[in-house]
Design a protein around this ligand. Sequence first.
Ligand code: UDP
Length: 243
Amino acid sequence: MATTKYKRILLKLSGEALAGEQGYGIDPAVINGIAAEIKEVVDLGVEVALVIGGGNIFRGVAASSKGMDRASADYMGMLATVMNSLAMQDALEKQGVDTRVQSAIDMQQIAEPYIRRRAVRHLEKGRVVIFSAGTGNPYFTTDTAASLRAMEIHADVILKATKVDGIYSADPNKDKDAIKLPTLTYLEVLQKGLQVMDATATSLCMDNNLPMIIFDMTCRDNIKKVVLGERIGTIVRGGNSND
Ligand code: UDP
């Protein structure tokens, strides 16, 4: 079996990643493709936890800008992440991967409550744990939920899957001189206001020295490559780290 660089990972997928070309909802082909890639990583013996956003269904900020109460809108956003998590659970289980969905908001008919020790136990048994309903609190994002859960389960790294292959010095679509930055410190991300992870999520990682890798999920096998230690995307870490 190939030697993996990381033993326990937290993979953060945006809701939009599940929508594919249609831009809304869940595209079955896309979610099945992602599930197949996750299975390959699980088969390498890596413990995988997932946090999935809800932006393909509902985003609290967008609704509140149109007049809805922000907290109510955010709770709807959290419910959207539960839908995505159940869809991913189904896709993974169809491929023979054992999973558990835990929810930060109690809904015991469809998901386990979030219990840290139980989540760790599932991971040790080789189950993929999907953390749904974000942090359970309005005014947060699933990026922050990903950082928080990664810390709690002692993940080795957060892998943030995006549609671009890392962080650039400028917008590569607008500036032809933009270059990809292979490494950045947390402080650089915060000071430059880079929108890779929100500031709360980035500060949490900084305070706890948890590396984040931002990479392109639209390329087949990229999750596996990152887990095997290939240098793709951009790694964000502390100034003195050798990750
Ligand atoms: N959300 C929240 N608290 C959390 C996580 C999420 O209120 O801890 C809400 C928020 O309204 C957000 C929505 O859930 O807009 C969907 O999450 P997010 O925008 O992070 O999803 P993504 O952009 O990753 O698809």
